[in-house]
Design a protein around this ligand. Structure first.
Ligand code: PEP
Ligand code: MN
Length: 284
């Protein structure tokens, strides 16, 4: 795997490369700053299930101290089958997200999977999520860049930091400087086992900060895939200097329509946010 050279920084990733030690991109979402001194917690269900569910999650995560609501209306599910147990609400989900963000006055991050839906999703989202599987979907990157909305760019599970920064460069190149990187676990020959579906590359957090001025967060839910490991990895992400986390939280995790093994309940989440505050103080 090729490392990032000086020539790359000059020719391939000039816009995302850090020019000085203090250069930092701070993304401002209605006064909330991502990449500044505050540790940002984005939380919510993997998939939006109903207005009641999302409203309840929004109220509870706010109480616990989260600043941004997550929830997918369009989901990159591994298999094509949807049923009453596993589903995505698509347009109906977008309407729910829009209603809840207004009622609860909380910014939302939601995924856009398809170049044809970019403007529909961008009308609702405060942050557009590009999922791991679409990290190098270059036409999609170009299209989301044009919306000028902040973009949460998840790292593909097979991508090097060089590939990832190259994908971010596309978004900046197309006129949108508001990119948040998100580490969500990488694969190796021994992953996809119960104890480690992905390996969380925590080292990439300081490594990315060496190279780029963009903020970087960690997803402890999709990377660990198992509830019992989520809090430990979230705490580690804070300790290693990440700017925040994006985490699955559900009123009854085992009943979640997508990814029921990884979501935290409100009590587990509240305890974690308290721990993160203490860790952040030490880090600062
Ligand atoms: C998600 O955040 O809902 C998701 C599908 O994540 P990833 O793209 O990292 O798998
Ligand atoms: Mn998920």
């Amino acid at each position: 795997m090729k490392d990032i050279s000086k020539k790359d920084q000059r020719n391939n990733i000039p816009l995302v490369s850090r020019k000085t030690a203090s250069q930092k991109t701070i993304i401002n979402i209605r006064g909330l700053k991502i990449g500044g001194p505050e540790f940002i917690v984005m939380a919510g269900p993997c998939t939006v299930e109903s207005k009641e569910q999302l409203e309840n999650v929004a109220q509870n995560i706010k109480k616990c101290g989260a600043q941004i609501l997550r929830g997918g209306a369009y989901k990159p599910l591994t298999f094509p089958y949807r049923n009453s147990r596993t589903y995505e609400l698509r347009e109906k989900g977008l309407k729910i997200i829009n209603a809840v963000k207004k009622n609860e006055n909380i910014p939302v991050v939601t995924e856009v999977l398809d170049v044809r839906n970019v403007y529909k999703v961008a009308r609702v989202a405060d942050i557009l999520q590009i999922g791991a599987r679409n990290m190098q979907n270059f036409p999609l990157l170009e299209e989301v860049a044009k919306t000028k909305k902040p973009i949460l760019l998840k790292r593909h599970f097979g991508a090097s930091l060089r590939d990832w920064l190259g994908a971010a460069e596309y978004i900046l190149y197309h006129g949108n400087p508001n990119v948040i990187l998100c580490e969500r676990g990488i694969v190796a020959p021994h992953t996809h086992h119960p104890h480690s579906r992905f390996i969380v590359d925590l080292q990439v957090v300081p490594a990315a900060k060496e190279r780029t001025h963009l903020p970087i967060i960690v997803d402890p839910s999709h990377s660990t895939f198992r509830r019992k490991y989520v809090a430990a990895i979230a705490r580690a992400a804070c300790a290693v200097g990440a700017d925040g986390i994006i985490i699955d939280v559900h009123p009854t995790p085992s009943k979640a329509a997508v990814d029921p093994l990884q979501a935290l309940n409100y009590k587990q989440f509240g305890k974690l946010v308290d721990d993160l505050k203490k860790i952040k103080e030490i880090v600062n």
